[in-house]
Design a protein around this ligand. Sequence first.
Ligand code: PEP
Ligand code: MG
Length: 363
Amino acid sequence: IEPELTGDFAQLMEWADGVRRLKVRANAETPLDAKTARGFGAEGIGLCRTEHMFFDDTRIAAVREMILADDEAGRRAALAKIAPFQKADFVELFTIMEGLPVTVRLLDPPLHEFLPHSEADLAAVAAATGLDAAKLMRRARELHETNPMLGHRGCRLGVSYPEIYEMQVRAIIEAACEIAKSGKPAPVPEIMHPLVAKGEEMKFLRALTDRTAKAVLAEQGVELEYQVGTMIELPRAALRAADLAEAGAEFFSFGTNDLTQTTFGISRDDAGKFLGAYIDKGIFEKDPFVSLDQEGVGDLVRIAAERGRAVKSGLKLGICGEHGGDPASIQFCEQVGLDYVSCSPFRVPIARLAAAQAALAKT
Ligand code: PEP
Ligand code: MG
């Protein structure tokens, strides 16, 4: 059921919208999440995690085939199987969003989530692809990482294997062209690169994105705007934000889940095992993965905003980590002057209210 805000609740939201400055978007990658987000009043998608589009049983074999391929030809063969459903997914999302902004984050595995987890998984890939199971097994062992969250993930994959990001950019732009040609409101796709740390990385990714997008637009005979930006998830990216803006990022989205992980050096997947003791002893007031640490992590957000905007005054700034739906964190985002927050669809009403309270608290 698609939510619809009615009565007093709808009235309260309308009042909140009248005073807030921050835009509120949602993190969504499925049609259901996108519809839920719109029902709750989201003004766009701030984070479409494309790797989440690949976990489906019918798709994971092609993705595993791509990851396990040991040469470019093998990867391209697998990508050719993925491209049609990737494009169809974007057509559906853009249609639901009716011209509202959609930020598509290019593939950010971590690799261990995609590698076959068992011999049965490997056998399934072998059966689906006709590839030799022993060879696949050897490749899976080669790809195993000791510390996958700091490993071959995010844009590092796009740098090593540009054909993966080229397929995704092509699918995004082809989908946007299809919408534009049909006469429906076309989105301005925002293509976002994950886990960028250096200006040179951004330059490489910007060139890859432009080259691919321009080729598609020429083939389709369509004129369409798109934007290219980056997540800020690493302390180095925050400190060197000016390099990233200079290298062509038109927007920054703070990935505060990873930024919290990398600033504290605390694994986001393991924090639950010991953070309770820290909170009990008063060392942490709150879980920094839930409510943004307004000191160290906050300093990095502020520095990135200032340094990025010093180079590019119109740089668009948002947050798409879990903190984007937390009222105290939203108040901080207002103070730093971000343009939008993006949170899970069910938190959109809370975010609208918190954004209004934050604006009132500032005046
Ligand atoms: C983040 O790191 O805050 C983020 C939004 O990306 P993900 O949670 O997908 O790593
Ligand atoms: Mg992240």
